[in-house]
Ligand binder design. Structure first.
Ligand SMILES: *[C@@H]1O[C@H](CO)[C@@H](O)[C@H](O)[C@H]1NC(C)=O
Length: 157
């Protein structure tokens, strides 16, 4: 019986340490994650689809998300199609484009929740350039170098 106060003391101290640890974990994990979410929710993204073809070749571009159809656009060489948006609450926003030139076509995602992509976009501008030999993403985090992302497919497939 004489040990009871000691045991209670131990229990109280353990509970206190646990409470502090839980508070710490909450602060540094959940609050930090929430902050990041809020940042995502307030980030406005700009996507550019650029006609980088040679010989004044035209390009048709048709981009959409699950909720938005941005329509058909015809781009002369050097022109671009651009739009802006914020990610949806669940960070599930995906945009993709269906592009066609005289002899080739491609369908590819131009925006999805991907931190690697976000670095290339420098958290603002995702620039896709359609060149003769493929589809490139501008890596704004790396001297604005155009990186080959995918190839064209023959038209009519
Ligand atoms: C898109 O076109 C506009 C208007 O011609 C131009 O000012 C802008 O620099 C172009 N952006 C890109 C990324 O090509």
């Amino acid at each position: 019986m004489t040990n009871a106060p000691k045991i209670i003391n131990k229990v109280v101290v353990t509970a206190l340490v646990l409470a502090l640890a839980i508070n710490f974990i909450h602060q540094y994990c959940f609050v930090a994650a929430k902050k990041e979410r809020i940042l995502y929710e307030f980030t406005t993204w700009h996507v550019y689809v650029v006609n980088g073809l040679s010989n004044n070749r035209e390009l048709s571009v048709h981009c959409k998300s699950k909720d938005d159809d941005l329509g058909f656009h015809y781009l002369s060489a050097g022109d671009n199609f651009t739009w802006s948006f914020r990610e949806d609450f669940f960070l599930r926003t995906v945009f993709w484009c269906d592009v066609n030139r005289d002899d080739a076509q491609a369908v590819f995602k131009v925006f999805w929740h991907d931190v690697l992509l976000f670095y290339k976009c420098m958290w603002k501008n995702c620039v896709w350039t359609l060149k003769d030999d493929g589809i490139y993403i501008k890596n704004l985090d790396h001297d604005g170098l155009d990186e080959l992302y995918r190839n064209w497919e023959p038209a009519g497939q």
